[in-house]
Design a binder for this molecule. Structure first.
Ligand SMILES: C[S@@+](CC[C@H](N)C(=O)[O-])C[C@H]1O[C@@H](n2cnc3c(N)ncnc32)[C@H](O)[C@@H]1O
Length: 238
């Protein structure tokens, strides 16, 4: 079944994610620096436009990288950005998400950033042990969680803005609780020429609430050793 929730955000997501990725890039690189490229495949879940994929390719030379991205619109952005790299032959972009991607037998590292909220509790309960069983000894899992960490209403935040050429790209969002551990996000995007709105887009998705401590407990229950939950980035190892 094709996945369309991110279609409207495709022109915006990369531009607006770059500033968010500032400190995360170094954090991810620091964890991946010790990965043994001979230990297996680096699996990235929900790479979006590939901001994390670039870090993986730059930091773990020679390892095959499997990036599982269910959104066709975002796969287009990812492939357009990264398929021209000299080392692109080792990057495989799977057209499907975490539940669909055939897991490699031997995994050197798992990366999933700004995406864990897309995974329902039952899906996570199946995924973590399946990953743990395939991870090489000492191999890291790097995931993060995002606010809110309880199912509360989130008022629309001041728009994030990035200007390219004459035009400014903006994004904001708000969320409403839909259950004890889920919210529904409504994202709004716009392209502006000064005060003139040239384009508007809306994207909506359900999001499962999970705190860093909750994610750490799930990974520990799957047999992984949690190393850090600093700044909502959860690092665990086989
Ligand atoms: C907020 S974006 C984050 C993209 C990228 N990881 C980043 O940090 O810039 C969430 C991503 O998760 C993807 N996604 C949604 N459901 C997924 C699933 N079940 N498995 C894997 N990825 C999923 C979306 O298509 C999107 O690319």
């Amino acid at each position: 079944m094709s996945y369309h929730e991110y279609d409207p955000s495709a022109p915006y997501l990369h531009l607006l994610s770059v500033p968010v990725w500032g400190p995360l890039r170094e954090r991810l690189a620091a964890v991946l620096a010790g990965v043994d490229p001979a230990a297996g495949t680096v699996l990235e879940l929900g790479p979006g436009s590939g901001l994390g994929t670039e870090v993986v390719l730059d930091t773990v030379p020679d390892a095959p990288v499997l990036a599982a991205e269910p959104s066709a619109a975002l796969r287009a952005v990812l492939l357009a950005r990264l398929s021209g790299r000299p080392d692109a032959a080792r990057l495989s972009v799977y057209p499907g998400g975490a539940a669909a991607v055939p897991l490699p037998d031997r995994i050197a590292a798992v990366v999933g950033l700004h995406m864990v909220g897309h995974l329902a509790p039952g899906q996570r309960a199946r995924l973590w042990p399946a990953l743990a069983a395939r991870l090489a000894p000492g191999a890291p899992v790097v995931l993060n969680v995002q606010p809110p960490d309880t199912a509360v209403a989130v008022p629309e935040f001041p728009p994030m803005s990035v200007t390219v050429g004459r035009f400014t790209y903006q994004g904001t969002g708000s969320a409403e609780p839909t259950g004890p551990d889920s919210v529904h996000w409504r994202m709004r995007y716009a392209t502006l020429d000064g005060d003139t709105v040239l384009d508007e887009a809306r994207a909506e998705y359900d999001w499962w609430i999970l705190s860093a401590a909750g994610l750490a407990a799930e990974l520990a229950a799957a047999g992984l050793a949690v190393e850090s939950t600093e700044q909502d980035v959860v690092v665990a190892r086989r």
